[in-house]
Design a protein around this ligand. Structure first.
Ligand SMILES: *Cc1c(COP(=O)(O)O)cnc(C)c1O
Length: 364
């Protein structure tokens, strides 16, 4: 059966599914956006209309995350990966060091980049567990005086998520929240800087959100290339140069959609329900397994292995034929991975489980 003629459940890790309602709005409004006779990707980013979209998006994001007034919200480009460089460039001072907690691949990439700019101290590295755990905070070996402590809220590849905010005793806490931002409520004021590439829970790739405490920008004295300097984006309302207008616009639609759903507490409860359904099923089955310690299992990315590796290809072909797309695990860890971001509905997870059940009966 061809899948091209029907809609699928898209379990991609990123770029990933957007809410169907948002896709509908884009489709309807695209050719003649705001009665302008043009689409939104053809109008000036400095036009009154687009600036309105930009401001409303920020307002709605602030509302969703309850962002305090002493934080700035920046709409940047370059993905989360560019933040791996921008953060040490902007926040590290000379003759000091920065602290990084490594819980998986993305954290390692962040460290590799930070090392180019400053002295990096690794406070913990769960490599010994094969990145299936988070080392107890009490055992972290912190610097005497770090400029910041960096964590990865959710390691998208191995599916390891912090379900607590580490205590840094006044040292700014920085987090790569690419695959968890907007999936649950968050105490923004526990953090100095929160960043996320948009293509997981926020909108199309090309946009990166940075939420930063005012004092961290103000104290910056470093000489930094203009496009990598937070101060320039702050001064110019994130329009130092042409911003990714389409991604920004779609992110705004997603924020509005989440507010209409009832906000992040409602979203979080749905995500808890979805991930519990899937993990409970995997834990009960004889064919599938998830190696991650229960206390830090990701609600967004659920990797799982099949007992018999030879069944992997059949699983991928059969699942796609059943309308369940993009279940292949990341090439670095193998196996399968179901990314169940906000736009994945409970029914999609139920469909996945019922497919997995049938598959186990047939081949397990
Ligand atoms: C996807 C992802 C990245 C990389 O994002 P880009 O926008 O492609 O740079 C970094 N960190 C985490 C946790 C991710 O999930």
């Amino acid at each position: 059966m061809s899948i091209s003629s029907k809609l699928v459940h898209n379990f991609s890790a990123g770029p990933s599914a957007l809410p169907k309602k948002v896709i509908e709005i884009i489709k309807t409004d695209f050719p003649n956006w705001n009665q302008s006779g043009m689409s939104i990707i053809e109008v000036s980013h400095r036009s009154k209309e687009f600036v309105g979209v930009a401001l409303q998006a920020e307002k709605n994001l602030r509302k969703l995350l309850n962002i305090p007034d002493n934080y700035h919200v920046l709409f940047l480009q370059g993905g989360a990966s560019l933040q791996f460089s921008m953060i040490p460039m902007n926040l590290s001072k000379s003759n000091s060091s920065v602290d990084y907690a490594i819980t998986g691949s993305w954290g390692k990439m962040a460290v590799a980049e930070a090392k180019k700019f400053t002295k990096v101290n690794i406070v913990c590295d769960s490599c010994a567990s094969g990145y299936t755990s988070i080392i107890n905070e009490k055992e972290w070996i912190k610097s005497e005086e770090a400029d910041y402590v960096h964590i990865t809220s959710n390691e998208t590849i191995a599916g390891v998520e912090y379900h607590f905010d580490p205590e840094t005793n006044g040292v700014p806490l920085v987090t790569d929240a690419s695959s968890t931002l907007l999936s649950r409520s968050l105490d923004v004021d526990r953090y100095g800087l929160i960043y996320a590439g948009a293509q997981k829970n926020i909108g199309p790739a090309g946009l990166t959100i940075v939420i930063i405490k005012n004092s961290l920008i103000k104290n910056n004295k470093a000489k930094i290339p203009a496009l990598l300097d937070y101060r320039n984006y702050l001064e110019k309302q994130s329009m130092y140069n042409t911003p990714p207008v389409f991604s920004w616009y779609v992110a705004g639609l997603v924020f509005e959609y989440l507010i209409n759903l009832g906000g992040l507490e409602v979203v979080e409860n749905i995500n808890i329900k979805k991930s519990n359904l899937l993990y409970d099923f995997i834990d009960r089955s004889d064919l599938y397994s998830n190696p991650v310690e229960k206390s830090c299992r990701s609600r967004m990315n659920v990797p799982f292995l099949l007992k018999d590796k030879d069944l992997e290809n059949t699983f991928l072909i059969d699942s796609l034929n059943a309308g369940l797309a993009n279940l292949k695990g990341h090439r670095s860890v193998g196996g399968m991975r179901a990314s169940i971001y906000n736009a994945i509905e409970v029914e999609a997870v139920q469909d996945l489980i019922s497919f997995m059940k049938d598959f186990e009966q047939k081949y397990g």
